[in-house]
Design a protein. Structure first.
Length: 208
């Protein structure tokens, strides 16, 4: 079965773009970032293209590109537009698809629509990316509870950072989720080092 996954983070900057790049590379998947807020530096789509080596035709164009690096509803307001969240439908592609959200599940896309509202319509399995730093238990369990409240399937949790076994085990046990693996922070982040680290940390059969 062709797999489609939505990649969400417990917070901003947890490492979900790097994880997404590793998964795109491992599955030979297409990648879609529905809303990109912040254009002055490398965008998430550009980062995934660089780190995954995916051809340009598998890096799908964003539905919304907003210049201000802020919550999407704030970035859109700064440009005098409103995101048409009701029409953010996943693209129809051949093969696996990796969708990366902007920030966490409760990030507003408009004044009245949250990211999780759109995810509820998609009905796609979610991979939660959680860092291993202090605070991860609270952020992870809150995100898991929000997803479960909307009956959104959680495929598993992928940790990013140095091993914190007690915290990781607590999230898996209380959240009743599958631990997919842990991607360490890489001193040198490149397509080659990410491939090696991802292959060592995760089993491809968990994504089939």
């Amino acid at each position: 079965m062709t797999r489609r996954f939505v990649i969400v983070g417990t917070d901003t900057g947890v490492g979900k773009t790097v994880f997404s790049a590793g998964l795109v590379q491992a599955l030979g998947a297409s990648y879609w970032k529905p809303v990109q807020a912040g254009l002055d530096e490398e965008t998430d789509s550009q980062t995934v293209a660089r780190l995954s080596g995916a051809p340009q035709e598998r890096i799908l164009p964003e539905a919304w590109r907003l210049r201000l690096p802020a919550s999407p509803h704030i970035a859109a307001r700064a440009e005098g537009v409103e995101i048409d969240a009701a029409n953010l439908a996943p693209p129809d592609v051949a093969g696996p698809l990796v969708i990366e959200t902007a920030g966490g599940v409760m990030v507003p896309l408009t004044d009245n629509i949250l990211t999780i509202d759109v995810m509820t319509l998609w009905r796609l399995p979610v991979i939660l990316v959680a860092r291993t730093r202090l605070g991860t238990i609270n952020h992870s369990l809150l995100t898991i509870e929000a997803l479960r409240h909307r009956d959104i399937a959680i495929h598993g949790v992928a940790f990013v950072g140095e091993e914190e076994r007690a915290a990781q085990d607590t999230i898996v046990r209380i959240g009743e989720v599958k631990a997919l693996g842990r991607l360490p922070r890489l001193a040198v982040l490149s397509k080659e080092t990410l491939r090696a680290a991802f292959d060592a940390a995760f089993s491809r059969t968990d994504f089939e």
